[in-house]
Design a protein around this ligand. Structure first.
Ligand SMILES: [Fe+2]
Length: 357
């Protein structure tokens, strides 16, 4: 293990239980708040209405206008609505967009946020916020945006179809993988990362076999929590730089592109990060196989995408992404070269397995 580390614990309260959506009033009591504005996307407005109904007078109202990348106008309107309805807190029910809106509200007001995640994205465990103004996204880290409380109810994830559960799970795993070799990793993060990947990898095939399997849904959400905590505590490397370019510049779908790229980045890094390699070998199983190969095999067996070409990327775009990723240097276990990166992306684009090592 590494003999030197800094571990800076984030003050997060987590309530985890099937059916805990019904315990939101208790959670409000615990935080000492009276009236919450319920936040959601338009797609999840029914769920938000259900939450508001179950809270009765303790719901100030519903604001179901959360959108991707948190437009600054939406955040402003939500803050005004909260004030007008005399809300002293917000409950963000949903995925990254809704939790992101909650964070944007917390950034410029003192309203505590209760996050109720319905996906495995993990944003609820991080102090990272984002706001889009005039088409440009600003992001930052600020502890003020941390939810005061996170309520994980695995029953809410039944609505995630199996295929989205798979890519959402691999997207979560990417946080654990990069946390294991992050410059600011620590022993406690390694433990969480390893168990997070193990939990997700064991739950995914069971969810595919039966999306209503409650035990599997619990295990997956537990794994997603751990992976989110890893994301909140460390600095991400090559995988996230690549996926940022794929999403931001080429507009490829978020979780599927993470799913395709992760085994290839792991193959690129695993020999330079022996502790991460050992932790992932143990978490993913697969005997003598290198974890990158094992992960690629699993993703293929789970029926998830393995090719960027199939996600709509053109061959010419490889050079664009390489140039973008090389433009700003950052920590990564294996030095990032134009040749190495081009090889990696070419294989990921064509749907080839990562090189064995
Ligand atoms: Fe991510």
């Amino acid at each position: 293990m590494s003999e030197q580390f800094v571990y800076d614990a984030l003050p997060m309260r987590v309530r985890f239980a099937a059916g805990s959506l019904r315990a939101l009033a208790d959670e409000m009591d615990h935080l000492g708040v009276r009236r919450a504005l319920v936040l959601a996307t338009p797609e999840q407005s029914d769920l938000a209405a259900e939450v508001a109904l179950s809270l009765g007078r303790r719901a100030a109202g519903v604001f179901a206008e959360a959108r991707m990348h948190v437009p600054v106008e939406v955040a402003r309107t939500a803050r005004e609505v909260a004030q007008r309805l005399d809300a002293d807190s917000c409950i963000a029910v949903g995925g990254g967009s809704t939790v992101g809106l909650g964070k944007a509200i917390a950034l410029e007001s003192s309203l505590p946020i209760i996050a109720v995640p319905t996906t495995y994205a993990g944003s609820e465990m991080t102090p990272i916020w984002g706001l889009t103004e005039n088409g440009e996204k600003r992001t930052g880290r600020d502890r003020r945006v941390l939810p005061a409380s996170v309520v994980y109810d695995p029953d809410l994830t039944f609505s995630l179809p199996a295929d989205i559960s798979v890519t959402s799970a691999v997207n979560a795993m990417a946080h654990a993988v990069e946390a294991l070799y992050a410059p600011d990793t620590s022993p406690i993060i390694s433990l969480m990362a390893q168990d997070g990947v193990r939990a997700l990898a064991s739950a995914v095939p069971e969810i595919i076999a039966d999306p209503t399997n409650r035990a599997a849904r619990e295990t997956a959400l537990y794994g997603a929590w751990l992976c989110g905590a890893c994301l909140g505590a460390t600095t991400m490397s090559l995988h996230h730089k690549i996926c940022h370019a794929l999403g931001g510049t080429l507009d490829l779908p978020h979780a599927p592109s993470h799913t395709v790229v992760l085994p290839h980045v792991l193959a690129y890094n695993q020999d330079s990060a022996p502790q991460a390699r050992a932790a992932l070998s143990s978490a993913l199983g697969g005997d003598e196989e290198a974890p990158a190969t094992r992960l690629w095999d699993l993703i293929r067996a789970w029926g998830a995408p393995t090719s960027l070409h199939a996600l709509g990327m053109k061959g010419d775009d490889i050079a664009t992404v390489v140039a973008q990723v090389l433009a700003r240097p950052y920590a990564n276990p294996t030095p990032v070269t134009e040749e190495g990166l081009t090889g990696l992306l070419t294989r990921a684009w064509a749907g080839k397995p990562p090189p064995a090592s």
